[in-house]
Design a protein around this ligand. Structure first.
Ligand code: ASP
Length: 409
């Protein structure tokens, strides 16, 4: 039964698309099933990240190894993100989704938000009250707290054995719960996807079809080219095995549009299906779900070009370079929740002086674009876990050869 979970998810996916297309907006009635699934995976996140990261750091055993792992992780994240924006810009230019477009009114409104400055973001990583950070679910602050707890445990060693075992066991329990929740995934995914398809029938999508296509093609290109190359090159892992192993997480990301929400499944898939050690997965993945958003960066690249074309503005080469920089930063600051990327897009648009009304053009279909970018975000995090694990000698090669392509409870 366990082994065909991925198949069940795929079937429910196809059924959801059919049901949404045939029934239309009234399929909304199944939405509570989707919401329930979303809440179930979200409720795992905070205790899971805290416990697994504490264990991850405590078991690393020394600062040097941790620093090395951190350096590699961040370098990989920055590099792939910059590459993703570049692909986005190229596709925006090739597809020209905004050229000669005469858009009907799109009613959805977004409040453009000033993105927090880089300094503020950095300073805010340090929580003044770690318990408040846990309560609010502030990921970066939780990561900070967990790393220091882990370091403290390492330094004190045997004296604090009980606390260490407590976190080890808590992590174990959260993994178990993730497995249980995943059994509900086929139903939950149906509840998430069918209403979206029902709401956005073809007629809503048509005028912006080129934009959707540009983002979708970009997502596929970045995923296939960048991640295949990196897992093959650094981890000698077959890309097919990689994609199959991470598929449950990619599909959940597509359905939920939240990389933070998908995190428990990303961790489980990379460990069980791709052979990444817990030490690496529990460090690289929570960080990735918070700061690494290749899909979001790519989408911002495409959308900026789209808006520029729509308003008949030409972007100079220097402006396009500015976009690569700001989109990389903006994607780091994007929270792993639905719709966050659209708000951060305002920051990128401001950096090259584009009219913010452009956001309204995209808002109507943003949920669809979000599905693509979140899948890329999550797959990118997993590729980093595989690469860092390989570089750190933390990849179980035996397991890599027998990818199960599914998650067991
Ligand atoms: N929904 C995306 C994510 O969670 C963030 C975004 O809106 O770009 O990864």
């Amino acid at each position: 039964m366990k082994d065909n979970l991925l198949t069940k998810i795929l079937v429910s996916f196809v059924l959801a698309i059919l049901a949404g297309a045939l029934i239309g907006p009234s399929i909304e009635i199944v939405k509570p099933l989707g919401d329930l699934f979303l809440r179930l995976i979200k409720f795992i996140i905070v205790p899971l990240v805290l416990a697994s990261l504490v264990v991850g750091v405590a078991s690393t055993g020394d600062m040097k190894k941790l620093g090395r792992m951190g350096g590699k992780t961040v370098a990989y994240y920055l590099l792939t993100t910059a590459l993703a924006v570049t692909i986005g810009l190229v596709l925006g230019n090739v597809f020209a989704p905004g050229a000669g477009l005469d858009l009907p009114a799109i009613e959805e409104k977004v409040e453009p938000k000033e993105a927090p400055g880089l300094m503020d973001t950095l300073v805010n990583i340090v929580p003044t009250n770690p318990i408040a950070a846990l309560v609010e679910g502030n990921m970066l602050q939780i990561i900070f707290f967990a790393i220091f707890l882990g370091l403290g445990i390492t330094m004190l060693g045997d004296k604090v054995k009980t606390v260490q075992s407590f976190f080890e066991q808590l992590a174990e329990i959260m993994y178990k719960i993730t497995g249980l929740v995943m059994r509900f995934a086929p139903i939950g995914i149906f509840g998430l996807v069918a209403p979206i398809v029902g709401k956005y029938g073809l007629s809503v999508l048509m005028p912006l079809l080129k934009l959707i296509l540009a983002v979708a093609v970009g997502s596929i290109l970045h995923t296939v080219i960048t991640y295949s190359t990196s897992v093959k090159l650094f981890a000698k892992m077959s890309p097919v095995k990689f994609f199959k192993g991470i598929a449950p997480a990619t599909l959940v990301a597509f359905s939920t549009s939240s990389s933070a929400g998908t995190l428990p499944i990303t961790i489980k898939s990379t460990e069980e299906n791709l052979g990444v050690s817990r030490k690496v997965s529990s460090f690289v993945l929570p960080l990735g779900a918070t700061i690494n958003m290749d899909g979001t960066a790519l989408y911002q690249g495409v959308c900026v070009i789209f808006v520029a074309q729509f308003f008949g503005m030409d972007l100079t080469f220097a402006q396009q370079l500015t976009i690569i920089l700001t989109a990389t930063l903006a994607s780091i600051g994007t929270a792993g929740v639905p719709g966050a990327g659209l708000i951060m897009l305002t920051m990128v648009m401001t950096s090259v002086g584009l009219p913010l009304e452009g956001i309204a053009l995209i808002a109507g279909i943003d949920r669809i674009l979000d599905m693509f970018r979140t899948s890329v975000n999550v797959t990118g995090d997993a590729s980093a876990a595989v690469v860092v694990a390989a570089l750190e000698g933390e990849l179980a090669s035996g397991q890599v050869d027998q990818v199960k392509g599914t998650i067991s409870a």
